[in-house]
Design a binder for this molecule. Structure first.
Ligand code: PBG
Length: 341
């Protein structure tokens, strides 16, 4: 029994929200949002070689992994209860060209990584990235023609890439390129190739964000600084000033057959996550991106904030805004923290 706080309580004060904040048990009972390991997807970077575990400078705690190391990492994540990984390839420079041909090579690094994962850790869902930038010598998600991104021509490449990934065993295809019409094009291509059960997680509202910096370092995938190539991705990724436009993208993606939709980045776009959640009947994912991760890591490493508390608050806020699924570089660490309790 709580002891009375004061001999002379204020009789006017009937409603006291603090009652439910008094103890940890009460707070647990009253908690509206829960973060569980089921919500987490771990993005992983794959690189050629064997026994390679290369630290990424701008993303402390994250590595580029060769296929064998990737499999080990996936086993650890699976043992922690994480249901899915999202894969991104680091392609050697000499394999990049303007047509992003290596992205269509069924024996390339990426399909090999997918096959190894599905063979060794079959229960782990594998989400694969569809976009040209890891394979493009121009560093763009689409084909560059006369200094512009050629939308419709790119769709054919994206569709073929999706089929190659599905054939390697991908469970979910995640187009991150932001070309118009790509969900429909990919769906049609997957179905024609017999992959009717492979799902599409569309990067529905992907913003032209400064928070992707560390990721582009990790993959060396930034737009190239050359006169014949657009200097940034603003002609296809969304303007950070726009929220209604995200609903327009949502409408199109749902019409085109997206099974899950995503907002990216997450923390600076919680209003967009909220609106997309309200307007859609499919699961909503949010990508807590590399720069969001790096900011917390940098501050924590300086002793300016507590890593666990900050990461937990950030991911809980993303769930509270309405995300059902969170792609985050904190996935493994968070799963370990959740296990510790
Ligand atoms: C590119 C892609 C990017 C990310 C995922 N896919 C970067 C970009 O658009 O330049 C960013 C992820 C992150 O920052 O964590 N197709």
């Amino acid at each position: 029994m709580p002891t009375p706080q004061s001999a002379i309580p204020n009789p006017q004060l009937i409603r006291r929200p603090r009652r439910l904040r008094r103890t940890d048990s009460l707070r647990r009972m009253a908690r509206e949002t829960r973060l569980t390991v089921d919500d987490l997807v771990a993005p992983l970077f794959v690189i050629k070689g064997e026994g390679v575990r290369e630290a990424i400078g701008s993303m402390p705690g994250q590595h580029r992994l060769s296929v064998d190391e990737l499999v080990k990492e996936a086993e650890t994540l699976h043992a922690l209860g994480i249901p899915a990984v999202a894969l991104f390839p680091k392609i050697a420079d000499d394999l990049k060209d303007t047509a992003a041909r290596e992205g269509l090579n069924p024996d390339g690094l990426f399909p090999r990584a997918v096959r190894a994962l599905k063979r060794e850790v079959p229960e782990m869902l594998v989400i694969t990235d569809v976009a040209l930038d890891p394979y493009s010598s121009d560093g763009h998600d689409g084909l560059v023609r006369d200094g512009r991104i050629a939308n419709d021509e790119t769709l054919a490449v994206l569709s073929e890439m999706a089929v190659v990934q599905a054939a390697a065993g991908a469970d979910v295809i995640a187009p991150s390129d932001m070309m118009d019409g790509r969900v429909a094009a990919i769906r049609t291509a997957l179905d024609a190739a017999g992959f009717t059960d492979v799902a599409i997680l569309s990067y529905t509202a992907k913003y032209a964000s400064s928070f992707y910096g560390p990721f582009r370092d990790a993959l060396d995938s930034a737009p190239r600084v050359r006169a014949d190539v657009p200097p940034d991705k603003k002609s296809y990724q969304m303007d950070p000033a726009n929220a209604r436009e995200a609903l327009r993208e949502l409408e199109l993606d749902l019409e085109e057959g997206a099974d899950l939709v995503m907002v990216k980045p997450a923390l600076a776009y919680l209003d967009v996550i909220y609106r997309v959640r309200e307007a859609s009947d499919v699961p909503v994912a949010a990508y807590h991106v590399s720069g969001e991760y790096a900011m917390i890591q940098a501050a924590a490493r300086n002793g300016w904030l507590d890593e666990r508390a900050a990461a937990t608050e950030a991911l809980t806020a993303i769930r509270r805004a309405g995300a059902d699924v969170i792609l985050t570089y904190f996935a493994r660490q968070m799963a370990e923290w959740l296990r510790e309790g």
